[in-house]
Write a protein that binds this ligand. Structure first.
Ligand code: RRO
Length: 306
């Protein structure tokens, strides 16, 4: 939908509205991304891609629980050399910014994958330093400030595009991690990735997921995500992208008030379909109009006044 109230400049990316597809449940083919944009997303983020192809974990990889989903996909992806074909195609058909989510097992890998994605046309990178259950990448990098800083600096030196950094809630102080990321040059911080979780089947007496441990997403984690955004906003000046359990305009507004400049939606697509983006945007627009605000930027961090 077109409304000046909804436009956002996010670290140089111009968004017609502040809703973005979260990396994770969808986003490999240009065709699926096109469907999400048709549903009203202001930007899209791909599933995480690495240097080499990865099969991911054995099934089951997703389990539905009260108020959400627990997933342990295990970073399945075709590898960047194959994925550049999708980036090229996506750039041809999408009229919104395309952000490529990147992971690696070393700072060199993060930089190499980021460079290939940027050279192929990605408008920005989002570094996945927060996947909760793959060894030697994801949160194993994002929970160590020094390692995280090295990764970000290496990527920033390799690309000339905005670098977003997606943070994990599974740490003692997300504000400390956010500060390290900001000092290393992150252009925006995404908060949050999934919360470490598991489910056990009483009949078999066994963990349900193939990997046993997974990450919880959906409305169950929204209050955790709002708290994380609030904590980060208190500490750093870098723009924040809120993510975690957003399914309607009220959820999105809560994140803006906590300090987010844009929001990502993922799990809600499973129940609401891709039109959730347009529905959320329309609701935010109506709220801003009713409250007399000219642009969504005016409500970012408003809950910090006292
Ligand atoms: O692929 C996954 O299992 C996965 C990833 Br990369 C992530 O960042 N967060 C998550 O919950 N699952």
């Amino acid at each position: 939908m077109k409304s000046n109230r909804l436009t956002v400049n996010l670290a140089g990316l111009k968004l017609a509205n502040p809703t973005m597809l979260a990396s994770g449940i969808l986003g490999y083919s240009a065709e699926t991304l096109e469907g999400i944009v048709a549903g009203g997303a202001g930007a899209v983020i791909t599933k995480s891609v690495g240097l080499k192809p990865r099969a991911g974990y054995a099934n089951p990889t997703v389990v539905q629980v009260d108020c959400g989903l627990i997933n342990a996909m295990g970073l399945p992806n075709p590898g960047i050399d194959e994925f550049v074909k999708e980036i090229r195609q996506a750039k041809k058909v999408l009229n919104v910014p395309l952000v490529v989510s990147v992971y690696g097992f070393s700072e060199e890998e993060y930089a190499a994958v980021s460079k290939k994605a940027a050279d192929t046309g990605a408008d920005a990178l989002e570094l996945n330093v927060s996947c909760p259950h793959v060894k030697e990448t994801g949160s194993e990098i994002g929970q160590k400030p020094e390692t995280l800083s090295k990764v970000i600096k290496k990527v920033k030196a390799a690309v000339d595009k905005p670098v977003f950094v997606k943070l994990s809630p599974n740490v003692t102080s997300i504000a400390d991690i956010a500060e390290a990321a900001a000092k290393a040059g992150a252009d925006a911080l995404t908060a949050i990735n999934t919360v470490k979780a598991m489910a056990i089947d009483p009949e078999t007496s066994m963990p349900i997921l193939g990997n046993k441990l997974g990450g919880l997403s959906g409305s169950a984690i929204k209050p955790i995500a709002v708290r994380c955004v609030y904590d980060i906003y208190e500490r750093v000046k870098v723009p924040i992208i809120g993510c975690g359990g957003i399914a309607n305009w009220r959820d999105a507004v809560e994140f803006f008030l906590a300090g987010a400049s844009a929001v990502q939606i993922g799990t809600a697509i499973a129940t609401k379909g891709s039109s959730v983006f347009r529905a959320v945007s329309r609701g935010i627009d109506a709220y801003l109009k009713r409250k007399g605000f000219k642009n969504v930027g005016e409500i970012v961090g408003l809950s910090h006044r006292c």
